[in-house]
Design a protein around this ligand. Structure first.
Ligand code: DX5
Ligand code: ZN
Length: 215
């Protein structure tokens, strides 16, 4: 079974509680929260007060995808929001090993994200220490973009690297996921699919999540 992580970026921000409660009734494994700072990516989304509000109503674990510079400065703040999985970009961390250790020491699961142009090989010496790797299948910053097929090759490469390293990291993919690209990703070996636009533009978001889950 594929795990599904709906991205709240495409939810109704004027009535987030309704969407969070809808997702409570879904087969989603976690909620994916896209945090943007307008520096690491050319867009700004939402921050800690919104995560805390979501935490109050979500029965699902929170997966925080931090598209920000200096994510190491916010480990405590993210933990205090009740986030289970803190997800930092490889490209934003000068001392990635230290940041991963700090996330785990704070009691959260640690994940590392790669931009589409960052090779999987850069993870060789960290993959055994993380709970999840997120491969971006769009350039981060916006929902509703088209899937970049380079992600399929990277899922296969990461599957090999994980096997060789004795790592138990799960493979998550984010960006442009729909039924067609989701099936390709599942065949390539992805464990968790993030989906924003596909879920929230569907007439029945719970059915859309189910369809990805059973791919
Ligand atoms: C993009 C975000 C994604 C985004 C995915 O920067 O990281 O999580 O919400 O949205 P869709 O599924 O619409 O491509
Ligand atoms: Zn994301």
């Amino acid at each position: 079974m594929i795990q599904v992580a709906p991205s709240l970026l495409s939810a109704n921000f004027a009535d987030l509680r309704t969407d969070v409660e809808l997702l409570n009734r879904s087969e989603a494994s976690m909620l994916h929260l896209d945090i943007m700072d307008g520096v690491f990516v050319p867009n700004i989304s939402f921050g800690f007060p919104v995560i805390k509000a979501v935490r109050k109503y979500s029965q699902k674990p929170l997966d925080a995808h931090l598209m920000i510079v200096n994510p190491q400065n916010y480990v405590g703040a993210v933990r205090d929001c009740g986030v289970e999985m803190m997800n930092v970009h490889y490209e934003a961390c000068t001392h990635l090993n230290r940041t991963v250790q700090a996330i785990k020491a704070a009691g959260m699961k640690a994940a590392v994200t790669l931009n589409p142009s960052t090779p999987v090989a850069m993870l060789e010496d960290i993959v055994a220490d993380v709970d999840m790797v997120l491969l971006m299948s769009v350039n981060p910053g916006f929902g509703g973009q088209s899937f970049l097929p380079v992600a399929l090759k990277k899922v296969r490469q990461l599957r090999d690297l994980i096997a060789r390293s004795g790592s138990s990291a799960l493979i998550q993919v984010d960006g442009g996921v729909n039924l067609e690209t989701g099936r390709q990703l599942a065949d390539a070996g992805a464990d968790i699919l993030v989906a924003g636009n596909y879920v929230f533009s569907a007439p029945d978001p719970l059915a859309a999540i189910h369809d990805l889950h059973v791919l």
